[in-house]
Design a protein around this ligand. Sequence first.
Ligand code: NAD
Ligand code: MG
Length: 391
Amino acid sequence: MRKISVLGSTGSIGTQTLEVIRQNPDDFKAVTLTCGSNIDLLYDQILEFKPLAVSVFDEGKANELKKRLNDNNPEIKTEVFYGEQGDITCATIPEADTVLGAIVGVAGLKPTYEAILKGKDIALANKETLVAGGDIIMPLVSRMGVDLLPVDSEHCAIWQCLWGERKENLDRILITASGGPFRGYTREKLQDVSLENALNHPTWKMGGKITIDSSTMMNKGLEVIEASHLFGVEVDRVDVVVHPQSVIHSMIRLRDGSVLAQMGKPSMILPIMVALYYPDRGPRLLEEFDPFDPKCSNLTFERCDTSVFGLLDLAYEAGRTKGFMPAVLNAANEASVGAFLKGKIGFLDIEDTVRKVYEEFLPRNKKENSLDDILGFSNEAFIKAGELLNK
Ligand code: NAD
Ligand code: MG
């Protein structure tokens, strides 16, 4: 049985992970749960899964939750922590062997790092952790001998295609992208898109931040960097293939020209299961894949127009430049997407702000960075973006 700390249990990936655990109680146990502030849902999750400990990032909300549990459910012994230290306490609890990382943003980096140091296997959805800290996380994973199990659907697809293949035979990674809600738009047309338009993703239902990242194509940029870390290739060996039907979740090309793909319905349940059952396979929870479904009758592939979606090119640039620039790129994007989600800025202001912050930090970039360096520059870039956004 895998005993799991679910970081970000109230989010899109977190709730789907708990669904997998709920359906397979003999195989999995949720040992700890954490969230940002949604204590109403966390409360229900505590009653259902009876974890040993939980953490709420917001201290006030954590206290509110503690009181609610004391008043209504004195029989429940779940400990309640808060803040970053609370996330770390839950991620490193001795009773768990695996951490499912589904916090959104670079906030997931420190807890993931500490969990690896304690020898936990990591099932990772939280791509920002690898984008910002991949140079630190990947060597640590090797040194500690833990498994890093990709949950991001494209990476889970690439990973499965690579099972049994020799690393030196991997030629290129072809990472697929739906293209988001604004596929085919011109730059002019993007000027007028609203938050509501951007939140309307054609094929995937996900949390707010990643949905906006999909509409700017930054999600794919982050995923290219994520793939370069996970599979040990330079970003220029990762090609983005826009595939609007989201049936092929990614492909690899091998030295002899063979191309392998992983296919299925666009659902995160399967990648979560693949990661948590690795190296075994779990039962089928989803409706069977039907190649005769009309959605599969016309699978198409196109290039991304980076003259319209400039953040994808900037992410490649950051991936080539390395050092702390991917962390800066990510932090500026987190700040900008946060402002866009609050309705404070226009759609194209996201790219504009990220680019300005990126260019400002570039002359200071250095190759070797500690975790504290990465977190420090990330924080500085987040603040800088906030200043630009409030002008
Ligand atoms: P979400 O916004 O739905 O959920 C985020 C979760 O993180 C929530 O439970 C929130 O309370 C929690 N959280 C936020 N800040 C926290 C903090 N400081 N400490 C503890 N918990 C905190 O986001 P999501 O869509 O589930 O995405 C989570 C991660 O998975 C992201 O990195 C995203 O890029 C990645 N991902 C998501 C999907 C998807 O389908 N949703 C697919 C692939 C990858
Ligand atoms: Mg993905």
